[in-house]
Ligand binder design. Structure first.
Ligand SMILES: [Zn+2]
Length: 411
């Protein structure tokens, strides 16, 4: 097919214009949901959409939709990402996906005119949980109908303000959240920065994402007998620290041996009573385990659980765990993966397929639509920091893949 023409200067100007709203710490952005900066960013998204000849509407939670109506009736093909940031985040996480969708639609309209299927770009209102830690994909959950009655009054920010009140303050009616639900989306495509170093190591600008990782959080308590560090012989101890060290290095080595993309992390440990001359009584620790392949993920969980039981047993310790978050992997639609790989090949852009180790709005959208993601290389894999950076060349390549894939779907 014809090359998709994207103007790098336009792309850079839009990124800098959006990055100026909530600018923080040099190259950073601080833009939490329903803040004045967030309102300004969505107003800019709406204005840029109108200038691109798209029809703008806003739903009950403040997602902004920019539509290029198709000539035939049927479901929409949607692309976009979140406009809120970490505190502070960078210019690219989320925002790049919203802007890329808008730029792709603008380019398709200019080059190919009206599509058969309706195309929509969306600026999703909240993903990061950076103001309301339990809002948990507020924008995309509103679209899928996953926000329950009363949720808005029970979701608090760090100052105790409910998300319902934050909505009212900017003129949104939390009683209307149900109206944001959509049942007419065929496919959802999210372009996002990679947030890891895999594309940089592979020397590739763009990836098509085959799955978003599954994840399980264990909260483990390992208990033994508290004793004097000098007077109690090693062979008589029931030392939970000894058990913890064995379990900790064991689970990490298991994930390492299983190979990429398996990851196991122990991020939090608490020792009781935490004294230098005391054999501890209890160790509390977390294990975060992730794999994008459903079968391999289960295998990893089983290996970790077996090891925990075996070590505790052998050392005379008691072990208990609770499973907190437990999310199955979200697999991309295989047809969409093929379409977007083909689109990249048509545009002569080299790509790979990879899994996402981070969570995204796409996981929510997968409840109601076929989904796929496109990753753009992140310099040094950095994100959730003002230092995140992708080159305009890589970003343009990502938008070309996005636009070429949308062309295959909608024209
Ligand atoms: Zn993001």
């Amino acid at each position: 097919m014809t090359d998709i023409v994207i103007d790098p200067a336009l792309v850079e100007a839009m990124i800098m214009q959006m990055g100026a709203i909530g600018a923080h710490s040099g190259t950073g952005v601080w833009r939490t949901v329903y803040s004045p900066e967030w309102v300004a960013a969505n107003d800019l998204f709406a204005r840029l959409s109108e200038e691109a000849g798209l029809t703008v509407s806003r739903d009950a939670v403040g997602n902004v939709w920019s539509k290029l109506a198709g000539s035939e009736a049927g479901k929409s093909i949607v692309s976009g990402s979140h406009i809120d940031t970490q505190c502070p985040g960078g210019r690219y996480d989320g925002t790049l996906g919203a802007l890329s969708a808008l730029i792709a639609l603008q380019a398709l309209k200019a080059q190919f005119g009206q599509p058969k299927s309706t195309l929509e770009a969306v600026s999703l209102c909240e993903e990061e949980g950076s103001r309301f830690p339990t809002a948990n994909f507020w924008g995309s959950r509103a679209i899928t109908g996953d926000i329950l009655q009363g949720d808005a009054d029970n979701t608090f920010d760090f100052d105790g303000v409910t998300i319902a009140d934050a909505m009212r303050q900017i003129g949104l009616d939390p009683g209307q959240i149900g109206t944001a639900q959509r049942d007419d989306i065929d496919s959802f495509v999210e372009l996002h920065i990679e947030q890891g170093p895999i594309l940089e190591h592979a020397d590739l600008p763009v990836a098509v994402v085959s799955a978003i990782t599954g994840l399980r959080h264990y909260r483990v308590t390992l208990s033994g007998e508290q004793n004097h560090a000098g007077a109690f012989p090693m062979d008589l101890r029931r030392d939970p620290m000894a058990g913890f060290l064995e379990i900790g290095s064991g689970v990490i080595n298991t994930a390492h041996r299983l190979g990429r993309p398996a990851v196991t992390t122990i991020g939090r440990v608490e020792v009781y009573p935490n004294g230098a001359a005391i054999v501890p009584r209890d160790i509390h620790f977390t294990i975060d385990v992730r794999h994008p392949d459903p079968g391999k993920g289960q295998e990893l969980y089983q290996l970790h659980e077996q090891l925990m039981l075996e070590v505790a047993n052998r050392r005379g310790l008691t072990i208990n765990w609770e499973i907190g978050i437990d999310k199955a992997p979200c697999l991309s639609d295989p047809v969409l993966v093929d379409i977007f790989r083909g689109a990249a090949a048509d545009q002569a852009i080299p790509t790979m397929t990879m899994a996402s180790g981070a969570g995204h709005d796409t996981q929510q959208m997968a409840r109601i639509a076929k989904t796929v993601m496109i990753f753009v290389r992140s310099e040094k894999g950095r994100s959730h920091t003002p230092e995140e950076f992708s080159t305009i060349g890589d970003i343009v390549a990502g938008i070309q893949v996005l636009a070429a894939g949308l062309h295959k779907l909608a024209y």
